[in-house]
Design a protein. Sequence first.
Length: 336
Amino acid sequence: MNPFYLKLKNALEHSEGDIWAETVLTGEHMGEKRLLVNPDKSKRKYCESVRDNDRVFRERIGRTPKLIICGAGHVSMPIIRIGKMLGFAVTVIEDRPKFADNARAAGADRVFCVPFREGLADIPGDSDSWFVIVTRGHRYDTECLEAILQKRYAYVGMMGSRRRVAIVKNQLEEKGVSREVLDAVHTPIGLKIGAETPEEIAVSVMAEIIQVKNVRSKENGEKAGGYSDEILSCIFGTETDEKNTGVPKKVLATIISRKGSAPRSVGTKMLILEDGTTVDTIGGGCVESEIIQKALIMMRTDAPDFQICSVDMTADQAEDEGMVCGGVVEVMLERV
């Protein structure tokens, strides 16, 4: 296995910071990959660049986004459900057993039925952690916010009236938390859509999280992508190929550029196995079908271990795929 993936696995398990990867696309070192953990600002841009006359593709390796909800009252239930729908791994902290059971029934991945401070102590936080504070009182809000602000996070939002929020912020400022950090907390939580019911409030909360995520991505030049849990699980799986060589045959496909109308964003990944099955998708239809065929040829012949393929969709093909017009997609194929 390429040592890059072992380093990636270790970084995803132990690093709290941003993880980026560079892949050389052309030249003598074509196919070489490099991992960057907490790179300097000049490296924090999702792009294709030129280095030493070679094309280099740089991407942020996002972890599965984690939604951590403090409190399991009525508003939390639809937040849990919408969070799961949007692909978050949902953790709920609630110190009341009956309410904790409600969170489990709503589909939370993990529920800690412990005091809030104790539950948060077991959550390290990272740049893909999204915290939502919806407890039953300002005393618990203060506990949660104080603990969260000592971690890495992508977002912190807190529910409460202006008076309740002001009390919490003033108490934490007296404890030495800077006003600038406190004012960056999203309060009152959620977009202003006139929400009244728990379900409407949950929509406003998750809409704000989506907005923050997309603004962050635009500012950093990031796109959809990264390695899903399913892809990583398959890469590090123990299955072997039909010849029993002990080496699974897999090809990873990554969209590295697109022009015109294309089904998925730059950075989107799909893993192709030797039997033609896939993990995840780069959009389906003619693009995906052609890439799968090219990957199978790589696995079944002496073709190079690293290739860049271009798929050009005609207007008619695009129309069949439900797109407005045709487009060109460039895909990086690499044996894992």
